[in-house]
Design a binder for this molecule. Structure first.
Ligand SMILES: Cc1ncc(COP(=O)(O)O)c(C=O)c1O
Length: 380
């Protein structure tokens, strides 16, 4: 049976070029980048080249990029690290549709005495800009917003969010984990302070990410120890992860236009066919062709349960996700689905379909046939 992987928002396979690029660092180039001998210095250079590739991909300076273990650590660090340097600012603003990496960091901050404002979103998952403007005050430490939503695919108006933050001189952290590689990010144009990235979302290795920290901003390390990452993030570097992430970032940034074209064709065709096959289904998030991730579809079905449909599809070799992968063992609707307020009858069944580099337009018909089979097995 042919299998179809439609869970690229959960993670992506390692790009073959990236795999080849990493290979020497798995064995031959094993030297500790902090040592002083010649091979170690070469490895240090490789880390700095990776830093430059990431900086170039987002219009930043290499000194503004710090490697971490992934998006979760980057977000934890941006919030906790900046808070440590500004103990007088005790309020943080975010939205109700953030990833758990942000929400649970902020729940921790609440326990530490911070007041966190969770902005409502509209039915598409877009935050209310007026409300953001009204909520920022002189006790605000920062605003932390998800750029492209992992569950429903909504792209926030980050330009307007940035302008509002700038007007109030408030710091802005963007969780760009799902946006990088899909959106053109140019930090010469988009004025932000912190940005979280994760390599495994753009065909790089897992367990490595980066935090962009705007030049001049002070941030306390999350992990203390040696002098790695210019005294910002201690611990012997994940050398192969870092060089792989750099190469993956370069490839992703060079192919945004072509991958958009590829994804969009598949997305639009799939969506039209799904609507025909299931006239009752609802698309969660923003419509296709507007401010929506190009590889992302999230559907709400009536009369079946999400985990059951997921299970049936799984048996038929179609690998999707119910809402967010991190929440797929939880039956109650995710916080994002609750926040966009979809009708109660649709809440128990949300299925996320996300395409990627290896998805093919000609597979859509077969995938939809399997959706029909899976659904009718449950319903009939
Ligand atoms: C929007 C978003 N933020 C943060 C993360 C966490 O990233 P990582 O898996 O690298 O810790 C994810 C991962 O699913 C994500 O989708």
């Amino acid at each position: 049976m042919k299998e179809f992987y439609l869970d690229y928002a959960a993670t992506t396979p390692l790009d073959d070029e990236v795999r080849q690029f990493i290979e020497p660092y798995l064995c031959k180039n094993f030297h500790n980048p902090s040592s002083m001998h010649i091979h170690a210095i070469e490895n240090r250079k490789a880390i700095n080249q990776a830093r430059k590739k990431i900086a170039d991909a987002i219009g930043a300076e290499p000194e503004e990029i710090f490697f971490t273990s992934g998006g979760t650590e980057s977000t934890n660090w941006a919030i906790k690290g900046y808070a440590d340097k500004h103990p007088e600012l005790k309020e943080i603003i975010t939205s109700k549709v953030e990833h758990k990496a942000t929400l649970n960091t902020l729940h921790y901050m609440e326990k530490k005495g911070y007041k966190v404002h969770y902005l409502d979103v509209d039915a598409f998952g877009l935050i209310d800009l007026k409300k953001l403007d009204q909520t920022i005050n002189d006790r605000t430490l920062m605003v932390s917003i998800i750029y492209a939503n992992n569950e429903i695919g909504t792209i926030q108006d980050v330009k307007s969010i940035s302008k509002i933050c700038r007007r109030h001189q408030t710091k802005l952290h963007l969780d760009a984990v799902q946006a990088f590689g899909q959106q053109f990010i140019d930090l010469q144009d988009l004025d932000i302070d912190f940005m979280s990235l994760s390599s495994h979302k753009f065909y790089g290795p897992k367990g490595v990410g980066a935090l962009y920290v705007k030049k001049g901003l002070e941030i306390e390390p999350l992990i203390h120890g040696g002098s790695h990452e210019d005294f910002h993030r201690a611990g012997t570097e994940n050398l192969y992860g870092i060089v792989g992430m750099g190469e993956a970032a370069k490839i992703a940034a060079n192919h945004i236009e072509s991958s958009r074209e590829h994804y969009q064709k598949i997305q639009i065709d799939f969506h039209q066919k799904m609507k025909k096959a299931f006239p009752d289904i609802k698309l969660n998030g923003t419509p296709c062709g507007s401010n929506r991730s190009f590889n992302h579809l999230s559907y709400a079905f009536k009369d079946v349960l999400g985990y059951q449909l997921h299970f049936q599809l799984n048996k038929l070799g179609v690998y999707v996700s119910t809402g967010s992968a991190c929440a797929s063992n939880v039956i109650k609707p995710s916080h994002v689905i609750e926040a966009i307020g979809i009708e109660e009858a649709y809440q128990p069944c949300v299925i996320r379909v996300t395409f990627g580099k290896y998805s093919k337009l000609e597979d859509n018909d077969e995938i939809i046939e399997r959706f029909k089979k899976a659904y009718h097995e449950l319903k009939d």
